[in-house]
Design a protein. Structure first.
Length: 343
């Protein structure tokens, strides 16, 4: 039977009680995503991950975490390290590209080790959005740089570090969120830039990293692509831009469907995203009524999506080269030397 096309957030209460476990058993989501509300001690967080996977009877069910570093980090001190934001790595790259790439790769190995320490196996990183003067603070210092080539180079290094430690990277927010001037958590950004400019800038980092196995859409509307619909729910945008121009044939996840950039009920949003060509409908806030609505409007993955999911697993296995405990300790010391201002 094909894998399901719905991925859900762990319950808003932090864990999974009997009603939640029963729901997950019935809905059988592809996997789960953890937020700060789900994170306690390492031991309790590991137990939650085990319970979530047990509820769908699939030990390989993906468990995603947004562990970018900086202000977007679900695993935080005192149990996990404080990781630098992307902008700081980009600033080092601007001074010395070789050291910037090394620091980014080391940082991502350490991020992956934290994610894996609780049983997670997917990190929603790297952010390939470009920092423009008008970029909304929702992206802000999550962007590596203000030009596509450094963003792509640093994004590649970040992905390599994650893969080496056995954690799947997710390139986001396709095909570029940097020109958004409003927060897509609250409303729909509209981008008026010309298509040729977008292809030279915003879309380019994703095109350069199109070989990576997982990607995530951004909830924003490009008037030059589809003036009627946001990327996530636009068949034209997914086909013409993400699949054809960028050349991405990996597993395509939506950004969180509970964000307010998209209209309609949660179930309608999920159905429209899958009909547009997204492979997985991702819902993150853990609200039972919304999860039930989405589960009722989604079904098994398409054959193409199942192929992409399997290909991603194989890609990850081929690139895994863990450093081990001593190697990770060395990585932490070297990163501290490269970024003394971060401490």
């Amino acid at each position: 039977m094909p894998p399901p096309s719905y991925g859900g957030g762990a319950p808003a209460g932090g864990g999974g009680g009997k009603p939640e476990r029963a729901f997950f058993r019935e809905a059988d989501p592809l996997g789960f995503i953890l937020f700060a509300r789900n994170v306690d001690t390492p031991e309790r967080t590991c137990r939650l991950v085990e319970e979530l996977r047990s509820s769908v009877a699939r030990a390989e069910a993906p468990v995603l975490i947004d562990q970018e570093g900086g202000r977007v980090a679900r695993l935080r001190p005192p149990h996990w390290r404080k990781a630098p934001p992307a902008r700081l790595l980009g600033e080092l790259y601007a001074r010395d590209p070789e050291l910037g790439l090394e620091a980014t790769r080391l940082n991502s190995r350490l991020l992956a080790a934290d994610v894996a320490s609780v049983g997670g196996d997917v990190d929603c990183l790297p952010v390939l959005d470009i920092a423009f003067p008008e970029t909304h603070a929702a992206i802000g210092d999550r962007a590596y740089a203000d030009r596509p080539e450094p963003v792509a180079a640093l994004g590649r290094a970040a992905a390599e570090g994650l893969l080496a430690e056995g954690v799947m990277p997710v390139i986001k927010h396709m095909p570029g969120h940097g020109r958004a001037t409003v927060d897509s958590h609250a409303s729909l950004p509209r981008v008026t830039a010309a298509r040729d400019l977008l292809e030279r800038t915003d879309f380019l980092p994703f095109r350069l990293l199109a070989d990576l196995p997982w990607g995530m859409t951004g909830h924003l509307l490009f008037e030059a692509v589809d003036p009627e619909a946001a990327i996530t729910v636009s068949a034209r945008a997914v086909k013409e831009v993400i699949r054809d121009h960028i050349g991405f044939d990996g597993l395509l996840l939506t950004d969180d469907l509970s964000m307010q950039a998209l209209g309609g009920s949660l179930g309608e949003r999920a159905a429209r995203a899958l009909a547009a060509g997204c492979d997985v409908a991702l819902h993150c806030n853990g609200k039972m009524a919304e999860m039930a609505d989405i589960a009722g409007c989604t079904g098994p993955m398409t054959a193409a999506a199942g192929r992409r999911f399997d290909a991603g697993r194989s890609f990850l296995a081929r690139h895994r080269a863990p450093a081990g405990k001593a190697g990770l300790a060395d990585a932490a010391h070297r990163l501290a030397a490269l970024l003394p201002e971060w401490g």
